[in-house]
Design a protein around this ligand. Sequence first.
Ligand code: NI
Length: 170
Amino acid sequence: MARLSILRYPDPRLHTVARPVTTVDARIRQLVDDMLETMYEAEGVGLAATQVDVHERVIVMDTSESHDRPVVLINPEIIARSDEMSLNEEGCLSVPATYDKVNRHARVTVRALDRDGQSFDLEAEGLTSICVQHEMDHLVGKVFVEYLSTLKRDRIRTRMIKKAREEQKA
Ligand code: NI
């Protein structure tokens, strides 16, 4: 396994729309394993392939408290969503140290392929529901800060660019 580098907002590659996975083969399983290692290492609860500059519809997540329940979603599609919405604070490994509230469906049902290419349905609520919607946004090139006001987003963008410059100098 290998740790992958995570693209940081406002990297334009984060706005790429991912294509569906055609075959769940050894290459995809390797990608899944590397993404899981990367996510756990970064102490995140979810990671989309877009964030590691691979533009295929692959998501890994683990919203368990024990961090030992990895979930793999390949070619995920939301097949049901609750009318009820829920406003929760979100963060993102591509936008470090930035948290803000986003309104999401309280519950969603997602259909996807697992690491073996088998189809399954996941009924998600709470953090898992938020995570599914957040990661699926990444696959269509959307970062959570795009839900915020232009003013807030511009501030985040400026702060992230400044931070990247400082890190380059160091
Ligand atoms: Ni994210």
